[in-house]
Design a protein around this ligand. Structure first.
Ligand SMILES: Cc1ncc(COP(=O)(O)O)c(C=O)c1O
Length: 437
């Protein structure tokens, strides 16, 4: 029965390939569907600024103003809370809508014929952008799924230890607690110094928590509540000397600043693509270094793959394939702008507002003073104001949307502008902070 089904699929696939070449586009246009294209203005804008250095372009308000015009933004407030997820720009959004139409048009025919080849295409594109091998990456729903797959993939024994930070994301800390409850493993939590004298100071804090029983160290590539970027390569090298695996929470790193996973030296890496890649909601990826998949237990059973094949960790049932394939469109959008240019703009606007308030009486910036230790994310508090009140006042009095953080030694509002944010908007924010202080 199963074999017959597979055979049917194979025949259908061959027919479909033929159709694809000649008639597929025609059949779509007959239904009023079209193949997504980037807007001509967007293409022209990028071509015109191709040779400009990222640092020079970062300060070009006109350029970023045009990028902003490719977004549909709510006029009710200034959105400085892109850390939860980033709004999808119109070129990606339009492509996403076309993908929904395509999947709805084909129905299960798509699932039985094109789902896996297109998923492979997405994995290849992601691997190229992330700097790893296609066989080291799978598409997941988000960072939570990616990291929890690794955390619960260990065959934890009573007394085994894991190291992490109090500044890590709550859901992952909870998942480690769950393993402790279930298997009797032990979690050691350190606190990351905000203004270290050197990378080595941070590495030492992690190293001190390692014992002969430590098996896994989880570390944020960028801490979401402060925006602090951590020296992952140095932490990985140190951990490996002790025989400890390294799991990186890259929720806010991918498509935010430029790096290659292969340069980080870690064993596992998870991120959400609806954050800084600005994909439609509900996609992420999991990276497992070649050779490491075989020691992980999948959460969902799948006997279809070899023990060392990362895809064994990825069986979550029928996925939102239209969202998954839209990763290609989101990558295309990013690649057209260029990650170096995006990173430079995010760094520039962060420094633009932070430099105006860092030494202002009554204002506390909870982000490293060394600009290299952060990118677009920062955190700011008012000395005599609880973060919740600050967030509420910013919204109600100044129409500025942020998120209050009050824990893990951090007290303030997290500020996450995006590439559509203008310096004019940041001027409004700086003025508000100074008035409140
Ligand atoms: C550091 C960090 N890790 C993990 C997550 C979870 O991301 P998701 O909800 O997309 O799984 C977040 C979400 O903000 C985060 O900030």
């Amino acid at each position: 029965m199963i074999l017959k089904l597979k055979d049917n699929c194979y025949i259908l696939k061959k027919k479909h390939k033929k159709m694809k070449k000649r008639d597929f586009l025609k059949s779509l246009s007959g239904l009023g569907l079209s193949v997504p294209v980037m807007g001509r203005n967007f293409e022209r804008l990028l071509t015109e600024h191709e040779g400009v250095s990222p640092e020079a372009l970062a300060k070009n308000e006109e350029f970023w103003g045009e990028i902003r015009s490719g977004y549909v933004l709510k006029p009710d407030y200034i959105n400085l809370e892109n850390g939860y997820y980033c709004i999808t720009p119109q070129p990606t959004f339009n492509a996403f809508v076309e993908n929904i139409k395509k999947i709805n048009y084909h129905g299960s025919y798509y699932m039985r014929n094109d789902r896996f080849p297109e998923n492979t295409e997405v994995r290849h594109a992601l691997a190229k952008a992330a700097g790893c091998l296609p066989e080291e990456i799978v598409v997941t729903r988000n960072t939570t799924e990616s990291l929890d797959t690794v955390i619960s993939g260990y065959d934890w024994k009573p007394g085994d230890e894991a190291v992490m930070a109090v500044q890590d994301y709550g859901a992952m800390l909870d998942h480690f607690d769950l393993q402790a409850k279930r298997y009797g493993m032990v979690n050691k939590r350190i606190s990351v110094p905000l203004n270290p004298a050197s990378d080595e100071e941070i590495v030492e804090v992690y190293e001190k928590a390692i014992t002969p029983k430590t098996r896994l160290l989880m570390v944020c590539h960028i801490i979401n509540i402060t925006g602090q970027i951590l020296p992952i390569k140095k932490i990985s090298d140190m951990a490996h000397k002790h025989g400890v695996d390294v799991l990186v929470d890259g929720a806010h790193a991918f498509a935010h600043f430029d790096y290659k996973i292969s340069d980080l030296g870690c064993d596992y890496y998870g991120t959400s693509l609806h954050k800084w890649l600005s994909s439609p909601l509900g996609v992420g990826f999991l990276y497992v270094r070649k050779g490491k998949a075989k020691s992980l237990w999948p959460i969902f059973g799948d006997n279809g793959y070899a023990d060392d094949d990362i895809r064994k960790l990825n069986h979550t049932g029928t996925p939102a394939v239209h969202t998954d394939i839209s990763i290609l469109n989101a990558l295309d959008y990013l690649q057209k702008i260029g990650i170096e240019k995006k990173e430079a703009r995010l760094r520039y606007i962060k420094e633009y507002w932070v430099s105006q308030v860092r030494d202002y009486p009554g204002i506390l910036v909870n982000t490293p003073a060394d600009p290299k230790r952060s990118c677009g994310i920062a955190n700011v508090g008012i000395a005599k104001m609880k973060p919740g009140i600050l967030g509420k006042t910013l919204l109600e009095k100044y129409k500025i949307w942020t998120v209050p953080i009050d824990g893990a030694n951090v007290h303030g509002c997290r500020i996450t502008p995006n590439i559509y944010t203008t310096t004019e908007e940041l001027d409004v924010f700086v003025k508000a902070l100074k008035e409140l202080a």
